[in-house]
Design a protein around this ligand. Structure first.
Ligand SMILES: Nc1ncnc2c1ncn2[C@@H]1O[C@H](COP(=O)(O)OP(=O)(O)O)[C@@H](O)[C@H]1O
Ligand SMILES: [Mg+2]
Length: 295
């Protein structure tokens, strides 16, 4: 699809506008994509933890793993992999049969190395958007765990969502890739607003430097806003232990608080009517919270 066609298609399919802020009241889900451009920065970990934190606070959440043939969400939750996602998009089973449910948290995981899925020529973003349209009345939040990369399927899904959480880590390639994502979203899809989550942070200075450099570049070259949602600390425990404890029942991580704060800021911002009066740099409130968190 050409860019103009994609945009026309997006506009035609996306019934909701940023002004339509009362959707939660009507049981319509707010859609968020967790994206970055670069892989390995923590999108899946943050999608899971944010979704679980929201659900613990009473919101009904559907997490859709959009890494359609390299699904990691089920693995991180210790669930078996299956081909349900392929069966779903080929209309062999229903969405309900595919969902893993833990209270108000529902997961639609994807495939992993499935040959038929690999050969499926049709764009998977259409399938996911159709799924969202079908079940958005049933959830408060629908969160998309985006794959890495900058292909049109990924960009389409990111642009389709009401909001985007751009996950960045303090290394130059992550910052550069996130900027590239923001640039294409802004210039080709007209996206003017995104949230920033800085992951794997070690010090306050590191956080400040990253936010300053990314925000200044965005301000100088793009016509979009980057609102800082928060920071997540770098956990230095063994990787396998990190994944095991990530969504465990016991609140063992210092960063559980990071998520509680981010969820609070985000849900309050939304319930206040999506009023945007932040600078592109961190708002004082967010900056204060982050400072408290990581100092
Ligand atoms: N805050 C963090 N501290 C330590 N390790 C992390 C943190 N966030 C993510 N990780 C680890 O980084 C790796 C990549 O995370 P993942 O969520 O799979 O990234 P992505 O989905 O962006 O590819 C995983 O091994 C995960 O356990
Ligand atoms: Mg991932």
């Amino acid at each position: 699809m050409s860019n103009s066609k994609t945009q026309a298609w997006l506009l035609a399919n996306n019934k909701y506008t940023k002004e339509n802020v009362t959707r939660l009241t009507f049981g319509k889900a707010k859609t968020i994509s967790v994206a970055s451009g670069k892989g390995g920065v923590g999108k899946t970990s943050i999608s899971l933890k944010f979704s679980k934190t929201l659900s613990k606070q009473g919101y009904k959440v559907l997490l859709i793993d959009c890494d359609y043939n390299l699904s990691n969400t089920a693995i991180k939750l210790g669930l078996p992999l299956n081909n349900d996602f392929y069966k779903l998009i080929t209309s062999r089973i229903s969405l309900d049969e595919c969902l893993h449910k833990q209270g108000k948290f529902h997961l639609l995981s994807a495939c992993s190395g499935n040959i038929e899925m690999f050969e499926e020529a049709e764009s998977y973003s259409r399938h996911i958007i159709n799924l969202i349209n079908k079940c958005e009345d049933d959830y408060d939040y629908i969160i998309l765990d985006s794959p890495a990369g900058l292909n049109k399927d990924i960009l389409t899904l990111n642009a389709y969502c009401d909001d985007r959480f751009i996950v960045v880590t303090p290394d130059r390639s992550s910052i550069t890739d996130s900027y590239s994502l923001l640039k294409i979203l802004n210039k080709n899809y007209g996206i003017k607003e995104n949230h920033l989550i800085v992951n794997k942070i070690s010090t306050q200075n590191q956080f400040n430097r990253l936010v300053k450099s990314l925000s200044e570049t965005v301000d100088s070259f793009l016509s979009c806003r980057l609102k800082v949602l928060g920071a997540v600390e770098l956990e230095t425990m063994a990787v396998d232990l990190f994944d095991k404890l990530l969504t465990g029942k016991k609140e063992k991580f210092a960063f559980d608080n990071n998520f509680i704060k981010m969820v609070k800021i985000f849900t309050e911002e939304y319930s206040e009517g999506f009023v945007v009066n932040h600078d592109s740099f961190a708002s004082n409130k967010v900056r204060h919270d982050v400072q408290t968190t990581i100092s």
